[in-house]
Design a protein around this ligand. Structure first.
Ligand code: NAD
Length: 297
């Protein structure tokens, strides 16, 4: 058997186009474009690539992008001041502070300072709490993208057994809560889980968010299961200048022999994460302007 390959690029393009359509309507109704402020502290090359991609996608959706680049030695108080200014700025609907932050800055303090109603990354404790008790807020973009791909692939998720491998605050935990609210029977597996292959073998839905290259093997997968691979791991030559290649947390070759459907890496979860950020920024502006939009966004 060969699994269907879930095309995250196509799904992301579709979502971004639908958001752009809604943005155009919001602009003509309210006379302004939604705005996303992205803050980058320091020069981490991977973060710089993400920030550029986010800015480009924001502009392509017809929204305003405000980029703030701060030096690596920025004191915590200066970053908190910038967050306060962005919180108060009516042109800014979404605020994203790119992680990781340099060691002199407490990321939790910064995340907590962002106005929860502009927290399009969904990392503020208020939004984590809203998700936990089923209130409207902002859901972190990567888990939201995973949920959207699962719904598109499987339709109703009700009653399915789901195993989420990884319990981070940005992926594993929020995704487990989203699957629970879609009526899955959810297991969260992690580094202390005993006999992980046996736990994974019970699942109709497997989400791997671990950060270990090709850890999940084909013989862990229940035949026909839907596999979402969140992992992004660079493997290959370690010599300076050599690029290597990107792989996920799932051994794609063996898993796609058994699974019903599977996301590739790259081209799976990654593009949907950015599309969901654009979506959340539009939703923030729509809430502020009391603008009604299609429910399937
Ligand atoms: P994290 O390091 O915060 O969490 C990893 C989790 O994996 C932990 O909860 C840990 O308990 C679990 N774990 C570690 N070793 C394990 C093992 N041997 N068996 C079972 N569980 C184990 O990572 P994260 O931020 O959640 O990210 C996970 C992966 O997803 C990384 O590769 C990251 O690069 C990737 N990621 C991708 C996107 C995207 O847009 N595609 C977004 C965020 C993260």
């Amino acid at each position: 058997m060969s699994a269907r390959r879930i095309d995250g690029k196509a799904a992301a393009l579709d979502l971004r186009q639908r958001v752009a359509g809604e943005v155009a309507k919001l602009r003509s109704a309210s006379g302004r474009a939604p705005g996303l402020a992205v803050v980058l502290v320091g020069e981490d090359p991977a973060s710089a690539v993400y920030v550029r991609a986010k800015g480009k996608a924001t502009i392509e959706a017809g929204m305003e992008s405000f980029e703030h680049q701060l030096p690596a030695d920025t004191p915590e108080a200066d970053l908190l001041d910038l967050v306060d200014r962005l919180n108060a700025d009516p042109a800014v609907d979404g605020i994203l502070v790119q992680l990781p932050l340099p060691p002199q800055i407490d990321a939790n303090k910064v995340i907590t300072r962002i106005d929860p109603d502009k927290d399009v990354d969904g990392f503020n404790p208020v939004n984590a709490g809203r998700l936990a008790i089923g209130l409207h807020g902002f859901v972190p973009c990567t888990p939201l993208g995973c949920l959207k791909m699962l719904r598109a692939e499987l339709g109703d998720l009700s009653g399915r057994s789901a195993v989420v491998i990884g319990r981070s605050n940005i992926v594993g935990k929020p995704l487990a809560l989203l699957l629970l609210s879609d009526n899955c029977t959810v297991t969260i597996a992690h580094s202390r889980t005993r006999d992980l292959p046996a736990v994974v073998r019970r699942a109709d839905i497997v989400v791997a968010a671990v950060g270990r290259a090709e850890m999940v093997k084909g013989d862990w997968i229940k035949p026909g299961a839907c596999v979402i691979d969140v992992g992004i791991n660079r493997v290959g030559p370690v010599e300076p200048g050599a690029k290597g290649r990107l792989v996920g947390d799932v051994d794609f070759a063996s898993a796609s022999e058994v699974a019903g459907a599977i996301t590739p890496v790259p081209g799976g979860v990654g593009p949907m994460t950015i599309a969901c950020l654009i979506r959340n920024t539009f939703v923030s502006a729509a809430r502020r302007e009391d603008f009604r939009y299609g429910k399937d966004l």
